[in-house]
Design a binder for this molecule. Structure first.
Ligand SMILES: Cc1cc2nc3c(=O)[nH]c(=O)nc-3n(C[C@H](O)[C@H](O)[C@H](O)COP(=O)(O)O)c2cc1C
Ligand code: SF4
Length: 652
């Protein structure tokens, strides 16, 4: 077996885990509005259990009406909740592959959402969880005691539902950490004050659960090893909390990080301290030092989590004694079979999480169900697909970007004879450009995966061939999947003929070299990435956007990242600004009623893209069955490209 240390059993309280890989809890928004487990949710977990992980920690689950954070969050309140969850634990235990399953009990505290609950959030003190958040109601002493009891009763229900153990969510600025943190807990009773007072809530929950369920019922906590916020809880104090929790009887601790609220001042050399959703700009295993520090002080197993998406890194962490177990969250959304493939030494087969956050974090904050950019089957584990074709059809896939490559593979899996036709000399399409700007290299891993997977098929690849209509018609395919992507949009600017112009794509691909001061027109994602890329090369960059903000539509961490990078690299940002035209080398900008003239050397267009679907009508006219996928339908991201490609390949 590959990675012998990772796949060694581990004692956790009274339980023996078959290996040291843990699935980190992740709210999926797959439950009903009442919080009941759906078939979709159950099969999602069963698939992860089949994939070989040693311990699954089911997502943060609400157990009081006001403590709910998400509309379709899983609940553990009534008999009905217990009954549905019992189906999940039964199915996992019946698999007979010895996987253990815990559930995380979760009260969102000041981070609960009154639009979801209809109730004002509650917290130790009436301080908003972060600037602009709802002001919560401060809990009375009696209510605090009731909430401790509610945690204990939720744990009892968890055992009734057949879980092997319970995890208490004590991280990320929700209720329990807001008791722990001096920033959010200003109580003057015994649940506030010094660290022992602020820890009392958590410790009474731990004591209560252990007393009622017995010391052999496994209990873990997940904490933020460092909140990474100004005035928040740091590693030394959190280690004290961990020691107290160990004395109170917890059997293991998972060490995450971060909270909500004002970030510590810092630079982007340590982006994990600023970007709490750990996007691709953060380092692999960036939170391991926090776990390693705690491990020095504790005797119970320590679980590390955060940006560990390769088994080799997980093995190294165990070998070096930095943690006893390694938890993965997003990597197991991307590929539930990661553990099995790792143990068999099939690393190339693992569909890698690229930490893009597009399908997961971004959607959860929009109250949507979780999807995954690289895994079109997430949340559809039990869906029935068409039977494989006995006599395969002849299918042409035009374009070898993510949509085309996914379509080709899915069509080949159905038994079709598939050819991919790509006009350039590289496969991967937009993935090639997307991985060039600073901090985006991880995208390459997905391209590598797609290409390795393609090599294991009989799909024929024709490169450097523009698929003109006549060529396709001569081939007489039974169907064509058009994945020809998009092309940059242009915009007429008066006087532009007097200046050097190019598109963002031409810069990123290295096709054209900018000179002098670069004015990047458009601060969507591509514009921001191009400005960042040029700034990194030491060029003077002016970024102009007509909207009031940059990276509109992106998640909060992406916006923070660009704002910090631009400050660091001296990129000059003009929002709410129009480019009226060029007067020779002078760009004339209009910001409100003010006109600004700046001298530039190159004008870079990043004003969006439009579908490159010129072939479609011609093929339809020739009577060929064609389906468009990805950017050639409408320019969007990897998630849509992969989903549509998969769908088309499966159904062609
Ligand atoms: C969609 C999503 C939902 C999450 N929900 C929870 C949760 O309910 N409880 C929790 O402790 N952590 C939650 N997390 C954090 C993960 O458990 C994990 O700590 C984080 O994703 C970093 O690990 P990774 O890089 O392996 O994904 C969530 C993460 C994601 C992406
Ligand atoms: S959406 Fe992106 S970050 Fe989330 S699991 Fe998938 S690849 Fe990873």
């Amino acid at each position: 077996m590959k990675y012998p240390n990772l796949f060694q059993p581990c004692q956790l309280g009274s339980l023996m885990l078959k290996n040291r890989l843990v699935m980190s809890p992740m709210t999926m928004n797959y439950a009903t509005e009442e919080g009941l487990a759906t078939d979709k949710l159950i099969h999602y977990y069963v698939e992860r259990a089949k994939g070989g992980v040693g311990l699954i920690v089911v997502e943060g689950t609400f157990f009081t009406a006001e403590g709910r954070g998400y509309r379709n969050q899983l609940g553990l309140v009534s008999e009905e909740h217990v009954k549905r969850l019992r189906q999940l634990t039964d199915m996992v235990h019946r698999l007979n592959n010895d996987v253990k399953i815990f559930i995380q009990i979760h009260h969102a505290g000041g981070r609960a959402n009154s639009k979801v609950t209809g109730l004002r959030p509650v917290a130790p003190s009436d301080l908003p969880a972060y600037p602009g958040a709802e002001v919560p109601r401060s809990l009375t002493r009696e209510e605090v005691r009731d909430l401790i009891e509610a945690h204990i009763e939720a744990a009892i229900r968890a055992r009734e539902a057949g879980f092997d153990g319970v995890d208490i969510h004590s991280a990320h600025g929700y209720l329990i950490p807001s008791f722990l943190s001096p920033l959010s807990n200003r109580r003057s009773d015994e649940y506030g004050g010094d660290l022992s007072g602020r820890s009392r809530f958590l410790l009474e929950v731990v004591h209560g659960i252990k007393k009622r369920l017995g010391k052999d019922f496994p209990l873990t906590i997940k904490v933020s090893g460092d909140e990474f916020i100004e005035g928040g809880l740091g590693l030394e104090e959190m280690t004290q909390v961990a020691l107290l929790s160990q004395e109170a009887g917890i059997d293991a601790i998972m060490v995450s990080a971060g909270s909500v609220g004002a970030k510590k001042l810092g630079d982007l050399n340590e982006p994990h301290k600023i970007l709490r959703t750990l996007p691709m700009m953060t380092g692999h295993g960036c939170l391991v030092p926090l776990a390693a520090h705690m491990k020095q002080a504790l005797r119970i197993p320590v679980i590390t989590v955060g940006r560990i998406n390769h088994p080799a890194l997980a093995e190294e962490i165990i070998v070096q004694g930095k943690a006893d177990l390694v938890a993965m969250g997003r990597p197991l959304l991307a590929d539930p079979y990661l553990p099995q493939k790792a143990s068999e030494g099939k690393e190339d087969w693992i569909r890698p999480c690229i930490a893009c956050n597009e399908g997961c974090y971004k959607r959860i904050f929009e109250q949507l169900d979780i999807q995954c950019s690289v895994n079109p089957l997430l949340g559809r584990e039990k869906e029935a697909f068409p039977e494989p074709e006995v006599r395969g059809k002849k299918i042409f896939v035009v374009g070898a970007g993510p949509a085309g490559l996914e379509a080709a593979h899915a069509a080949w899996e159905r038994g079709h004879r598939v050819s991919v036709i790509e006009r350039s000399k590289d496969l991967g399409g937009q993935l090639n450009l997307a991985s060039i700007p600073p901090g985006r290299k991880e995208i390459e891993a997905f391209k590598t995966f797609l290409l390795n997977r393609l090599k294991r098929t009989e799909v024929k690849v024709v490169m450097g061939r523009k698929a003109v209509g006549s060529f396709i018609k001569r081939g007489r395919p039974d169907g064509v999947i058009l994945a020809t992507g998009a092309q940059p949009r242009s915009q007429h600017i008066p006087g532009v003929e007097k200046i050097r112009t190019m598109t963002a794509w031409e810069i990123l691909s290295g096709e054209k070299e900018p000179e002098g001061v670069c004015l990047v027109l458009g601060a969507g994602l591509v514009g921001c990435e191009t400005a960042d890329h040029l700034g990194e090369r030491g060029m003077r960059v002016i970024l102009v956007e007509v909207l009031p903000e940059i990276a509109a539509g992106a998640d909060a961490d992406t916006k923070t990242y660009f704002n910090m990078r631009f400050k660091e690299k001296g990129v000059e940002v003009y929002t709410g600004t129009e480019l009226l035209g060029m007067e020779r080398e002078l760009a004339v900008l209009k910001q409100g009623s003010e006109k600004i003239r700046v001298q530039i050397g190159t004008l870079v267009f990043a004003v969006g893209a439009e579908p490159n679907d010129g072939l479609y009508d011609e093929l339809v006219r020739a009577g060929i069955k064609v389906v468009k996928v990805g950017d050639c339908v409408k320019p969007r991201g990897i998630l849509e490209a992969v989903r549509e490609g998969f769908e088309a390949g499966r159904n062609v």
